[in-house]
Design a protein around this ligand. Structure first.
Ligand SMILES: [Zn+2]
Length: 383
């Protein structure tokens, strides 16, 4: 989540002491501070604030798309006319679907269209809802997760000379995925990058029984590799043994970048990072997967791996969740990071060390991949 305060309400500035406009528009100057002993009854500042005409109305919503003839870059611009100044904050969200959320403080929707459809070229649609007595929210549904440079939200003051009201402007640039993926069903000839988490100088999480995450992730990854190769896929391992991928004395980012670069440079179709979870409370357990929706397929990949891993391992379902992790964000292909179980949970630590459980989880990953390619192929066909 990112949150940016983009404009400050003029109304709030008007409330700043020493002088402010009273309910009748009369300028009120606070009296000098009375001596402590003499009680003086004065209205609470909040009560005064309520009577001020703070609540504005959104009176119109317009939108248009614009294509730059030179760069070919296209942009969607949404303009909300408001009866007076408001404050806006914008944030992006990955779940349940990628969206841009614009919170408007100080205005409620007037008689305007509350749902817009843009046909999905830049954004799919937008919805305007009241979120309180004096606040509204504009939700813009976008096909892919937006980054900082992909959108802009700002306000424009009213301009009586040209009969223009106060405006909230939302610009969304067209997001072009770096590579277009079209998948065929099946594992044969697929290029799959497998990243066994940690390694070398970095043991990862350590269990109460002293097992190291890096050892288990490598063991499971090697079994995934064997199963995938048997199914005709080409497997790229970020590491084959107990080592730092970047090399000794690397920063955390250098180490992670070394892993994503292997997958990016060798044009893997998908990237799977294998990890084991850990928590201070040893009762915590279960399986989870993470994705960053930078292509239309990341969430689908995570969901398929999550459900197949649950069937295979039978552990508690902690869900397929959006996350900002480096390796799933900086790989260009659909990627997921799986947390097979909790090394900090003694029962799960024991399981993680058995070849049977490792084999089951490896089969789960391969099964999930197979289902993913089948569904991704259908998704591609519909477009
Ligand atoms: Zn880890």
């Amino acid at each position: 989540m990112r949150r940016t305060i983009l404009a400050v309400s003029l109304c709030l500035l008007l409330l700043t002491p020493p002088a402010f406009a009273g309910p009748n528009g009369v300028t009120v100057t606070p009296e000098p501070k009375p001596a402590a002993q003499i009680p003086v009854v004065r209205p609470e500042p909040a009560a005064v604030k309520q009577e001020l005409p703070l609540k504005q109305e959104i009176t119109n919503i317009r939108w248009a798309t614009h294509e730059d003839a030179l760069t070919g870059q296209s942009k969607l611009r949404l303009v909300l006319d408001v009866s007076g100044p408001v404050r806006v904050e914008a944030e992006t969200a990955a779940a349940p679907t990628p969206r841009l959320v614009v919170n408007i403080k100080g205005a409620v929707p007037g008689k305007v269209k509350d749902a817009l459809s843009f046909g999905g070229k830049i954004a799919d649609g937008a919805e305007l809802v009241a979120t309180g007595l004096d606040s509204s929210r504009l939700i813009v549904d976008v096909p892919l997760m937006l980054e900082d440079g992909d959108y802009r939200v700002f306000t424009l003051p009213s301009d009586p000379k040209f009969n223009r009201p106060f405006r909230v402007v939302v610009d969304v640039n067209k997001k072009v995925p770096p590579v277009t993926y079209k998948f065929r069903p099946g594992l044969k000839n697929k290029v799959i990058a497998i990243d066994p988490g940690h390694g070398g100088s970095d043991p990862g999480a350590i269990g109460l029984g002293k097992s190291q995450e890096k050892v288990i992730t490598l063991a499971v990854a090697k079994q995934v590799q064997a199963l995938l190769e048997k199914a005709g896929a080409k497997v790229i391992m970020t590491r084959q043994d107990d080592r730092d991928v970047f090399g000794p004395n690397a920063t955390a980012v250098e180490e992670l970048k070394a892993r994503t670069s292997i997958a990016n440079n060798r044009k893997a179709d998908v990237f799977i990072s294998i990890h084991i979870n850990s928590f201070t409370n040893s009762a915590a357990g279960g399986t989870s997967t993470y994705y960053y929706q930078k292509t239309p397929y990341d969430m689908l990949l995570a969901q398929n791996l999550q459900s197949a891993l649950l069937q295979a391992g039978g552990l508690y379902d902690r869900g397929a969740n959006p996350a900002n992790f480096y390796v799933i964000k900086r790989t260009v292909m659909p990627a997921t990071l799986v947390e097979l179980a909790f090394i900090s949970n003694p029962e799960e630590e024991k399981l993680l060390n058995t070849p049977q459980f490792q084999q089951k989880m490896a089969q789960g990953i391969v099964q999930g991949l197979d289902r993913f390619f089948a569904q991704a192929a259908k998704l591609g066909g519909e477009r």
